[in-house]
Design a binder for this molecule. Structure first.
Ligand code: NI
Length: 171
């Protein structure tokens, strides 16, 4: 297992659509393990493959159901996930490991149902609400090159772009 480098906004590798996973092999399992380790190292509850510079439709999550849940209890691996149903709306305050030290409130669906494969290639469906539903929507957006800050006003977005360009100059 290894901690991988997290790609930080405004890096282009966070943009564009990721491709479907077609092979459920050892390389995929290593990537999944590395992603969990990288996510836990940064105290995240979700991480999408493009955030470690892999343009594949793969997400790892560990969303606590309540305060007593310990790390590792709610591990989820979502491969080629698809939202098959969405209901209601809510506001959620979000952050992202690829946009460090920034939080903002965005609109999300309140409940989502998804279809996905696990790392062994077994298909599942999941009905989610609360924080899990929000995390799913946030992470699935990453697979299409979308960040939560894309939902903000153009003014806020241009301010963030300036700020993050200064923090991490592109070479
Ligand atoms: Ni994110």
């Amino acid at each position: 297992m290894a901690i991988r480098e997290i790609v930080v906004f405004p890096d282009d590798r966070l943009r564009g659509k990721c491709t479907e996973v077609t092979e459920f092999n050892d390389e995929l399992k290593t990537l999944v393990e590395d992603m969990f380790e990288t996510m836990y190292d940064d105290n995240g509850i979700g991480l999408a493959a493009p955030q470690v510079a892999v343009k594949k439709r793969l997400v790892v999550m560990d969303v606590p159901k309540d305060d007593s849940d310990v790390q590792g209890l709610n591990k989820l691996v979502l491969i080629n996930p698809k939202i098959i149903n969405k209901e209601g709306s809510c506001e959620s305050e979000e952050g992202c490991l690829s946009v460090p030290e920034y939080r903002a409130t965005v609109d999300r669906f309140e409940k989502v149902s998804i279809q996905y494969f696990d790392e062994n290639g077994v298909e599942h469906t999941l009905d989610a609400d609360g924080l899990l539903a929000i995390c799913i929507q946030h992470e699935l957006d990453h697979l299409d090159g979308k960040l939560f800050i894309d939902y903000l006003s153009p003014l806020k977005q241009s301010m963030l772009l300036k700020k993050y360009k200064k923090l991490k100059p592109k070479n």
